[in-house]
Design a protein around this ligand. Structure first.
Ligand SMILES: [Zn+2]
Length: 199
């Protein structure tokens, strides 16, 4: 599972709705450590995913470990001894490789998921709005910690997605959340992967 949402009750309800239980989760990958990605790790005492190990970026962990951040101290640090720390390009699991896309946070990671000769990119928070972030990737985004670096990373990843035609999952993208990137003008546009492709 990638990221955990704001709180245990939210992610648990989402899993239940999908016919799954928290005990089935064996690996939790944290793309970065904003509270809406780490808050569901535990209630501050009991881990939500009793049988899971964790993987996250070394740069990201090190940044928040030194930041005096309450959410990190409550939810992330207590699980540190179960975490695999990844460098750019490392695998969280077979076919699941980390891509450092810094700027949104210092160690923000996207992931390439490969299976049966096909690839999917999980872009995490590289692009937060399907029109503005794709059409104008150089525009500053309030939630990006290093705005210039985030803009450079955003353009680089979108360039790659457009050139390769690889589908991507982007947080904050509209339904169905899965799509493609095409070049458009100075930037790009979001092409949702419609159910119509299956008909
Ligand atoms: Zn974020």
């Amino acid at each position: 599972m990638f990221d955990t949402g704001l709180a245990p009750e939210g992610i648990t309800a989402a899993l239940t709705a999908a016919g799954r239980s928290p005990d089935e989760v064996t690996l939790v990958v944290l793309t970065h450590m904003h509270g809406d990605h780490t808050g569901g790790l535990s209630d501050g005492t009991t881990p939500t995913f009793a049988k899971a190990r964790y993987a996250t970026g070394q740069i990201e962990f090190d940044h928040w470990a030194g930041a005096g951040n309450e959410g990190f101290e409550a939810k992330v640090r207590p699980l540190a001894d179960k975490m695999t720390m990844l460098a750019d390009g490392a695998e969280a699991a077979p076919g699941l490789s980390a891509m450092l896309v810094p700027g949104h946070t210092p160690g923000h990671m996207a992931y390439r998921i490969e299976s049966g000769g096909q690839s999917l990119i999980l872009a995490a928070d590289t692009a937060n709005h399907y029109i503005w972030s794709l059409g104008h990737p150089d525009w500053e985004v309030r939630f990006d910690m290093d705005k210039a670096q985030a803009a450079a990373s955003r353009r680089k990843l979108l360039d790659m997605l457009a050139a390769d035609g690889t589908p991507f999952v982007g947080y904050h993208m509209p339904f169905p959340g899965l799509g493609f990137v095409e070049t458009a003008g100075e930037g790009f546009r979001f092409v949702p992967a419609s159910y119509q492709f299956d008909l």
